[in-house]
Design a protein around this ligand. Structure first.
Ligand code: TMP
Length: 212
């Protein structure tokens, strides 16, 4: 029996990593084996590519190079981490996956959707998440949260925050649009509530999707 693949998506500071920890713990408490991972990253090689993507100045890469970096990291992540875990029956929860490329590099940086779709098909074939939770939050609030976090940890990982508020407003709409296009796969979660409220909404969505 293969595991299930769940992704969390959304803009900066929407609380994905906190919620992934809570969801992983809740599933483990039901006796499910869980692997929490992230993109860009999630395998040794992909973590190296992550540094190239998330550190440095906004203009460091043109948009198509950035897209290819995201998919190079993703190919390694799927081959070495996600695929083997699913085959072993482990449930995988990933902090971001391919929807982030359609939002950030596609809508945000202007790579045509069809270009990304073709790269996606070449790299992933028809591999896709079983469930995607889109955490939706006011952009200003999210950026404030993300910046406060960077003051205390991971200070260098702020390249995309420097793209400005308009860029991030476009991203919010892009994620909502992705959820509208794929209603069977995606659930939009209101991330403006307390940590407990958001965790509860996520658990409800996961429970319904997988009959837990
Ligand atoms: P994080 O801050 O959620 O850990 O994500 C790292 C950054 O990488 C975030 O600003 C979004 C960006 N990113 C892309 O631009 N394209 C992608 O395909 C992925 C997975 C992330």
């Amino acid at each position: 029996m293969t595991g299930r693949f769940i992704t969390l998506e959304g803009g900066e500071g929407t609380g994905k990593s906190t919620q992934i920890k809570r969801l992983a713990a809740a599933l483990q408490a039901k006796g499910i084996k869980v692997l929490a991972t992230r993109e860009p990253g999630g395998s040794p090689g992909a973590e190296q590519i992550r540094k190239l993507m998330v550190e440095g100045e906004p203009g460091r890469w043109d948009a198509i190079t950035e897209t290819l970096l995201a998919y190079a990291a993703r190919a390694d992540h799927v081959a070495r981490t996600i695929g083997p875990a699913l085959m072993a029956g482990t449930w995988v929860i990933s902090d971001r996956f391919n929807d982030s490329t359609f939002a950030y590099q596609g809508v945000g940086r202007g790579v045509p959707r069809e270009t990304i779709r073709r790269i996606d098909a070449a790299v992933l074939d028809d591999f896709a998440p079983d469930l995607t939770l889109v955490l939706d939050l006011d952009v200003k609030l999210g950026l404030e949260r993300a910046m406060a976090r960077h003051k205390t940890q991971a200070g260098a990982e702020n390249r995309f925050e420097k793209f400005g508020a308009d860029f991030h407003e476009k991203l919010r709409q892009a994620f909502l649009d992705i959820a509208r296009r794929s209603p069977d796969r995606c659930r939009v979660i209101d991330a403006s509530g307390t940590e407990e409220q958001v965790a509860e909404a996520i658990l409800t969505a996961v429970g319904r999707r997988f009959d837990l």
